[in-house]
Design a protein around this ligand. Structure first.
Ligand code: SF4
Length: 358
């Protein structure tokens, strides 16, 4: 599905989004790097509080006070630096270049207008269509997202739709904007398993048909296996592992990823209990001076409390990385500690030079 060897459509680098409160600074997204190629689906997975949705909102330009993207953060989309965009430019790109489907379709649908009105409005703003051609296109879009009896449904209000149908209507509205890129933030979480499977299939079909690139955010590893080409595992504001999806499931390297996978029904031996990761994701309220997963990590050792792990390539090629002091494999514990200490120092200097926080 993914196109290889070309400039990524989206490139996020050193993204730092912080929230200032009276008491503390929360490093909700703490210096993450990833890209999305044209036509591929990149998953972002992690428990709640890991920074997934703040990542999505940062890309969409939706961070408001007391939140802030720090200097040195970069979000390049189709050759443009989004962090330099004005509010108006962002509004325009949200309308046409990048669409977002969130967990709650009510957020995107206005309850006082019919579904048809809202899709037709999107067609008018983004494609200059009106009147009968817009109505016909709106019917075609509802049919494309498999809403039965689309011509009649067009004149219904959002509350007359079921949860699954509302989510389909939001996807139809997004398609009316002709986006190249879709950010799906837990779009199937509130839906039952059957409807969830249908929405995932719909997204795959639409992607194949329209050549969409997708970021798919979820806490559910099972969903990631279904939909993603490549995966970023997030924990407490950081990406702790990145890999192509088959490799991540076949050979997870980071202890957190292993924990998430052990919690999936069907992956453990028959009769064996599903494991869960004890404890909660900590609030990242200070610059990382250690591994934030250490308090929950079953294989933590002394250095994990003193050195912030940096990404290390863990397989041939550069597509699989893990931020953990167990790597690089083949080195002694002291060598690994030195490797990460040096990389963390370099990263800190780079951030200070670009105006971000350490
Ligand atoms: S750095 Fe240490 S605590 Fe963190 S995941 Fe690796 S082994 Fe566990």
């Amino acid at each position: 599905m993914a196109a290889n060897g070309e400039e990524p459509l989206l490139s996020v680098s050193n993204l730092q989004t912080v929230f200032y409160t009276d008491k503390e600074t929360i490093y909700a997204v703490d210096g993450i790097d990833f890209d999305v190629k044209r036509g591929e689906t990149v998953g972002i997975v992690g428990e709640s509080g890991s920074g997934k949705s703040v990542t999505a909102r940062s890309i969409m330009g939706l961070i408001e006070s007391p939140g802030k993207m720090l200097e040195g953060s970069s979000i390049r989309f189709d050759g443009q630096e989004l962090t330099e965009f004005s509010a108006e430019e962002y509004q325009a790109i949200r309308g046409s270049g990048i669409g977002m489907v969130s967990q709650d379709p009510q957020q995107s649908l206005n309850p006082v207008y019919t579904v048809g009105n809202q899709i037709m409005e999107a067609l008018e703003v983004n494609r200059g269509m009106s009147g009968e051609p817009a109505r016909q296109e709106a019917i075609d879009l509802l049919e494309a997202v498999a809403i039965p009896d689309a011509a009649r449904r067009l004149d219904e209000y959002p509350h007359e739709f079921s949860g699954g149908m509302r989510q389909r209507a939001v996807i139809a509205m997004m398609l009316a904007c002709d986006p190249e890129f879709l950010i799906c933030d837990e779009p199937t979480t509130a839906l039952d398993v059957t409807i969830q499977a249908q929405i995932l299939e719909l997204l795959r079909d639409l992607q194949a048909e329209h050549g969409l690139s997708i970021i798919f955010i979820t806490h559910d590893m099972g969903v990631i296996a279904e939909i993603a080409d490549r995966v970023n595992v997030m924990y407490a504001g950081e990406i702790v592992e990145q890999a192509p999806v088959e490799e991540l499931f076949a050979d997870p390297k980071h202890p957190y990823t292993r924990g998430l996978l052990e919690a999936i029904p069907g992956r453990t031996e028959q009769g064996e209990q599903l494991r869960t990761i004890e404890g909660d994701v900590p609030t990242p309220n200070a610059p990382a001076e250690h591994c934030r997963f250490a308090p929950r990590c079953p294989v933590a050792f002394d250095a994990c409390e003193r050195i912030p792990p940096q990404p290390v390539t863990v397989e041939d090629g550069d597509e699989h990385t893990a931020s953990c002091l167990l790597y690089p494999e083949g080195e002694t514990e002291a060598e690994r500690a030195e490797h990460h200490r040096a990389a963390a120092g370099e990263r800190r200097r780079g951030r200070a030079e670009s105006g971000g926080e350490p």
